[in-house]
Design a binder for this molecule. Structure first.
Ligand code: ADP
Ligand code: MG
Length: 329
């Protein structure tokens, strides 16, 4: 989670104001902004439905209260504080964990929420400064990384003794889906939800499909391309904002559960698809898998597309370009 928007930004909707209007097209949109889950949340809804935006913002507050590692009373903290024992949680937390287990299976364990033990060692889940742990502490924490030991039974969850889970790779996507569901239930058909660059484009924007700019991860002032999306999510995992540098080596906040160490070599992964929770988790999974296995995973899934940027290359799944309306690739 991050303070500013990341790889993907909204080209047309760039006002930092609390509320902004977008004129000029058939539709006029207003924006509500909040800072939740360590990131800036922007919700754009049609001006005549401005009242509905707060419902979307509330979805983020709710998911944060359930899944934040920073809150002692969250479901996540209670699960971690009771490792080895069943813990009753909100149906939302149970559902999000079920998604996480599904992505764990699909990715052969590249996505693993029990990497929480590693995240915690480096203090990536705290507001304290990040640290580089000793090799021996990484080796011992790695022994507890195995999502297959997590059990979910209705609304109860049990993790293995010594395990710790972290939902940072998926909770934002889950909150976006919840917000979209709530907006739809209120009859809102066009809206844009942007949680620090993880986005859901509902229906259309002021001038047709929502236009979303892709930032160049090597030169963040640059726009590499523009996506046109409708009823799609787009999520990005990258190492350009949350990382620490020790003796000149950059360590990202995404861990390879097989080694216990932060992933290196991949710069950013963007995933487009129908469900934000999946796109968010899959972007993290592909980041761990790397280009070859990552593309294979995405190509095996209906409706999902990816763009993978490495130090030397930019790779696309076959359908990604169908969403690009302009770009220098
Ligand atoms: P962000 O949107 O905050 O950049 P990502 O979606 O890229 O987050 O996910 C990164 C977060 O996922 C990390 O901060 C950590 O909480 C968690 N995480 C790190 N490695 C893994 C992994 N291998 N599997 C699942 N979650 C992970
Ligand atoms: Mg993710």
């Amino acid at each position: 989670m991050k303070i500013t928007d990341k790889f993907l930004i909204l080209m047309m909707l760039s006002s930092p104001l609390l509320t902004s209007c977008h004129r000029g097209g058939k539709r006029r949109f207003v924006r509500r902004t909040a800072f939740i889950m360590g990131t800036v949340i922007n919700v754009d809804v049609p001006a005549e439905s401005a009242w509905a935006a707060d419902t979307a913002i509330e979805a983020f507050r709710l998911v944060d209260s359930l899944m934040s590692p920073l809150k002692d009373s969250s479901d996540l903290s209670r699960i971690n504080g009771n490792a080895g024992r069943w813990v009753r949680v909100s149906p939302l937390t149970a559902e999000c964990i079920r998604y996480a287990l599904q992505i764990g299976e699909l990715s052969g364990g590249a996505f693993d929420i029990t990497a929480g033990a590693l995240v915690h060692l480096w203090h990536f889940d705290t507001e304290k400064g990040w640290v580089e742990p000793s090799k021996s502490s990484i080796d011992s924490a790695s022994k507890f990384v195995d999502f297959r030991k997590i059990e979910v039974n209705d609304d109860s969850v049990r993790i293995g003794r010594g395990q710790r889970i972290d939902l940072g790779g998926i909770a934002k996507g889950y909150a976006i889906d919840l917000a979209v569901e709530r907006l739809k239930r209120l009859g809102i058909r066009n809206a844009l939800i942007d949680a620090g660059g993880d986005i859901y484009a509902l229906g259309n924007g002021p001038h047709g499909k929502w236009r979303i700019g892709i930032r160049d991860p090597f030169n963040r002032g640059n726009i590499m391309g523009i996506l046109a999306l409708s009823d799609k999510s787009v999520c990005t995992s990258g190492d350009y904002e949350r990382f620490i540098k020790v003796n000149g080596v950059r360590y990202s906040h995404i861990f390879d559960p097989r080694t216990g160490w932060p992933v290196r070599g991949v710069v950013s992964v963007t995933v487009i698809g129908p469900i934000s929770t999946m796109s968010d988790g899959l972007a993290t999974a592909v980041f761990v898998l790397g280009p070859k296995k990552g593309l294979k995973l995405i190509n095996s899934l209906d409706g999902y597309e990816t763009m993978i940027v490495t130090e030397s290359d930019t790779l696309f799944s076959p359908g990604f370009r169908n969403y690009l309306v302009s770009g220098e690739f």
